[in-house]
Design a protein around this ligand. Structure first.
Ligand code: NAD
Ligand code: UFG
Length: 337
């Protein structure tokens, strides 16, 4: 069976993807510097899948460390999750973001090329669509960014497209995620945000468990169903399954492909809040605030390309996502340790 290197494999999306890779029969090697995750996640992956992945505590900025991973393992393909992801923080410390997400990624691509491993799945984001002219958003829509984090994603897309032009042996899938939420049904792995969450569902989870008092709803004067922002929330397990299909596709094709991973459905902030109320069984307080700068009204994916190319479609709905988020929150009050 093929061996897949998962960078950022102890992180939120990476850990769920490791579980699905192991279930699909792949050998998995995880590389992570544990900046935003814990080594205990590897035990959780083992509890779910029966296999503990081989682990390297390595930074993608460390070229020698990367070389060691490729020297010691015959890697057939890489799924590259490692990186920083906080939009607001990227505005404060752009150079740190460019160094980690661009320089670190280039190091990884160089190490891959040197080892003759030219098959890659990259974590991009719907943020590369900037403020889309219409919805649903198709992969051929124009791209633009409004913050350094988004720029690191778009630059990686450009870099990898250039790499594929320069060498036709490369195969790269650029997966543009919409809004991943939820957790594994076991409640053993999920998202553990650092500090007070910025994202909607991790914030609601803390209102539900009493750590935070109420949800601040950023604006209710958007042209949407109830005036609050609409997004395409996708269950992290669906997203992980999309990566299995993506790796299979990448191993059997050449060149670069851009693919949306979303459900194609949009939910408003209040709709998500109400779904979470159902999940946790009580009313949750909220206050309407001013709009958050940089937010757009509505964002959801056109999912046809993913269905056609990968044969993949999300199957979990918003109630499943909130149920699994709440289950993980209840079972892990102190995160994963
Ligand atoms: P995460 O922070 O949970 O996981 C990222 C992992 O990368 C962490 O375990 C962290 O320790 C590791 N890491 C960071 N810098 C590293 C470095 N220099 N060397 C080695 N490891 C390093 O984040 P996530 O939510 O799982 O996101 C995974 C990827 O998906 C990221 O690239 C992110 O930008 C992208 N993405 C996430 C979302 C989202 O909403 N979660 C949306 C779109 C795209
Ligand atoms: N929201 C609130 N209150 C909160 C948090 C969020 O009302 O406390 C609202 C936002 O205004 C927005 C929606 O909930 O309408 C979703 O907000 P998130 O912060 O959860 O997600 P975004 O869509 O703003 O951003 C996410 C990722 C980015 C990524 C972007 C596009 O966090 O990294 O999707 O893919 F770039």
């Amino acid at each position: 069976m093929s061996t897949i290197l998962v960078t950022g494999g102890t992180g939120y999306i990476g850990s769920h993807t490791c579980v699905e890779l192991i279930k699909a029969g792949y050998d998995v090697v995880v590389l992570d510097n544990l900046y935003n995750s814990s080594e205990a996640v590897l035990d959780r992956i083992e509890m779910i899948s029966g296999t503990k992945p081989k682990f390297y505590k390595t930074d993608i900025l460390d070229k020698q460390g990367l070389k060691k991973v490729f020297d010691e393992n015959k890697i057939d393909a890489v799924i590259h999750f490692a990186g920083y992801k906080a939009v607001g923080e990227s505005v404060q410390i752009p150079l740190t973001y460019y160094e980690n997400n661009i320089s670190g990624s280039v190091n990884l691509y160089e190490a891959m090329a040197a080892a003759g491993c030219k098959t890659l799945v990259f974590s991009s984001s719907a943020t590369v669509y900037g403020s889309p002219k219409s919805v649903p958003i198709r992969e051929d829509f124009p791209t633009s960014t409004t913050n350094p984090y988004g720029s690191t994603k778009l630059m990686n897309e450009h870099i990898l497209a250039d790499v594929c032009v320069s060498d036709p042996e490369w195969s790269v899938l650029l997966l543009r995620y919409f809004n991943p939420i939820g957790a594994h049904q076991s409640g053993l792995i999920g998202e553990v945000p650092n500090g007070i969450p910025n994202n909607l569902v991790p914030y609601i989870a803390r209102v539900a468990n009493g750590t935070l008092e109420y949800l601040r709803v950023w604006g209710n004067d958007y042209p949407t169903v109830d005036g609050t922002g609409v997004r395409d929330y996708i269950h992290v397990v669906d997203l992980a399954l999309g990566h299995i299909k993506a790796v299979e596709y990448a191993m059997n094709h050449k060149g670069a492909e851009y693919i949306n991973l979303g459900t194609g459905n949009g939910y408003s902030v209040l709709e998500v809040l109400h779904a979470y109320e159902k999940a946790c069984g009580r009313k949750l307080a909220y206050k309407i605030m001013d709009r958050r700068p940089g937010d757009i009204a509505t964002c959801y994916a056109d999912t046809e390309k993913a269905a056609k190319l990968l044969g993949w479609k999300a199957k979990y709905n918003i109630d499943d996502m909130c149920r699994d988020s709440w289950n993980f929150t209840l079972k892990n009050p102190d995160g994963i340790k």
